[in-house]
Design a protein around this ligand. Sequence first.
Ligand code: G
Ligand code: G
Ligand code: MN
Ligand code: NA
Length: 250
Amino acid sequence: RLIANDLWQAVDRKELQLHYQVQKAVHSGETIGYEVLLRWHHPSRGTIPPSEFIPIAEECGAILPIGEWVLREACREAATWGNEQKIAVNLSPVQLANADVADLVHRVLLETGLSPRRLELEITESTIIGDKERALATLRRIKAFGVTIAIDDFGTGYSSLETLRAFPFDKIKLDRSFMSEVEASPEAKAIIRAILALGHTLRVPVLAEGVETRSQLDILLDEGCDEAQGYFLGRPVPVGHIRPAMEKTA
Ligand code: G
Ligand code: G
Ligand code: MN
Ligand code: NA
């Protein structure tokens, strides 16, 4: 309870902060964009990771104002970059179930002046599993603006293939559990290869998450993976750490 009460006030008290983690093209090494990851600096408990507070925020509804703040803040930031790099924002199932989320995205794009094609929304399969028809209708509206949709944590859900068939995603994000096992497990490597083949048959680029070593990146290069994200390429960092890179590409 205490945490939920604090969460409702976290935005107003300016306790939330965004971190940015780079996403790169595997072959060229070029920066495609950044995933936005939320951090909560609680006044007495210190920094609380999203894995702990997002589920609580979803349960109590505070994810709606928090998610709105994240979207606006990320779009406002990316609009200052003067390049074509994308910003990838995680969208909670609770936000997607809320009928207004397409209007919110539209409003924030107008307000910030960010080009819609520079915004990507990351959704997990569980997001679609809820009220499927409604979620699909909302996602189609958002896609019609030119915003792209990535399916996050792919390979961990219950109905990956059905989800892919039912909805035209713009990117597949391969769950990081596959990367952590790729060197030790021929099965993990075979699954990565199969998902890459699936993505490429559907003409959808695949991003591998959780790339922590040079040799993992080399495997991805060999296998023809499109994009990668992970500690080896860059940790999630506050925006001050990436702004200098923006000046060089601007
Ligand atoms: O940053 P990482 O370390 O701990 O994030 C853990 C989880 O929290 C990830 O699954 C990520 O998708 C989720 N997450 C991070 N930031 C946000 C956010 O702004 N909104 C939502 N809904 N989830 C987020
Ligand atoms: O579920 P989602 O992909 O949205 O969340 C990204 C999460 O993965 C964040 O918590 C982020 O801190 C974490 N992460 C990013 N890169 C790596 C990595 O190379 N290794 C591990 N173990 N976690 C990572
Ligand atoms: Mn994500
Ligand atoms: Na993920």
